[in-house]
Design a binder for this molecule. Structure first.
Ligand SMILES: C[S@@+](CC[C@H](N)C(=O)[O-])C[C@H]1O[C@@H](n2cnc3c(N)ncnc32)[C@H](O)[C@@H]1O
Length: 313
């Protein structure tokens, strides 16, 4: 599904697969924890009886989705918040399903002024919520060389993290910190070089890592999964689409723990990892988009859908 405003579009990933799982939930309300331009919300409103509450930390996404979904009247409500606050959402008589389609939308990537992309010169911002936290430029200016190297290594799996961190720190030490996307992209390219024939820009991993750090994406996701399960009715569905291995690993491990699988070393007499049987995992292997979807939407290629059902406590 292509959602659009005058300027921006976003193709909804794994839309029909998500709706089929959402249908299995029982209750009156579905929470779309990553509303974006409202693609999943619209599909749920059109093809099920559920009401939808959409959450997004990006105020612009909320405004655009509200305009798009106005035709559904009282069946749709939007809240401008981070999904880490899901426990506080007033969802009335219980939640049938929760959907999260992680990361940034094409709207955010394509809006040069947001500073997410190395393809367009802009201030280096990268905050999904522009009203809170430090921008990417501030994060780099305020971090030590070791902290920058860790961010690039752990969040970008960037093998040349130390070298890039050194170059960034030299700029900080010279009193000329990086302020723009094009400055950062060209610094990384000069620091690590560009392999002949390489398909991706050498700054791709650096940009991903800094975006994850600026938005605390992995910490927020770790807190979200158990909180979302608590929010669901018995039999309720949690469907999460991730776009890289760091996110997918968090979802997979959280699902295993919540399905009662203990990951403590065998010699520990009593479980300390917090495993407790609260869910049944419905996707033994993650669902990936069809060949057709992958052809039509390049961004869908790395996506993985994992789904769990809350069981009685
Ligand atoms: C991939 S887009 C969702 C697209 C949407 N499913 C659609 O089809 O139009 C992800 C959206 O989630 C939002 N988002 C990401 N992390 C969030 C968080 N922790 N809390 C709230 N919103 C978040 C982003 O601002 C973005 O608008």
């Amino acid at each position: 599904m292509q959602s659009s405003s005058a300027e921006f579009t976003h193709q909804t990933v794994l839309r029909d697969e998500v709706v089929e799982f959402v249908r299995k939930g029982s209750g009156a309300v579905v929470i779309d924890a990553t509303l974006g331009l409202g693609g999943h919300s619209e599909a749920i409103l059109r093809s099920t009886e559920f009401d939808v509450i959409g959450l997004d930390q990006d105020a612009k996404a909320v405004e655009m989705a509200k305009a798009r979904l106005a035709e559904f009247g009282g069946r749709f409500r939007a809240v401008n918040t981070n999904f880490e606050a899901i426990a506080d959402i007033d969802a009335g008589d219980g939640v049938a399903a929760i959907v999260a389609d992680l990361g940034v939308s094409s709207m955010q990537l394509d809006d040069a002024a947001r500073g997410f992309s190395f393809n367009a010169p802009a201030e280096l911002d990268m905050r999904m919520n522009r009203g809170s936290g430090q921008s990417a430029a501030e994060l780099l200016a305020n971090s030590t060389e070791a902290e920058i190297a860790d961010i690039l290594y752990y969040y970008g799996e960037e093998r040349k993290s130390r070298r890039i961190a050194r170059w960034i720190t030299e700029r900080n030490e010279a009193g000329d910190p990086i302020k723009t996307t094009d400055d950062l992209a060209s610094l990384v390219e000069r620091a690590v070089g560009r392999r002949p024939g390489a398909k991706i820009h050498p700054a791709t991993r650096t940009f991903q890592a800094i975006r994850i750090a600026v938005n605390r994406e992995l910490d927020v996701l770790k807190a979200f999964v158990p909180a979302a399960i608590e929010k669901l009715n018995e039999g309720g569905i949690l469907a999460i689409i991730s776009f890289h291995s760091l996110e997918d690993r968090i979802v997979k491990q959280a699902f295993q723990r919540l399905s009662g699988k203990c990951s403590c070393p065998p010699r520990i007499p009593k479980c300390i990892c917090g495993a407790e049987k609260k869910i049944e995992i419905l996707t033994k292997k993650p669902i990936v988009p069809s060949d057709d979807e992958q052809k039509k939407n390049k961004r869908s290629r790395s996506s993985k859908l994992r789904v769990a059902r809350r069981i009685g406590s």
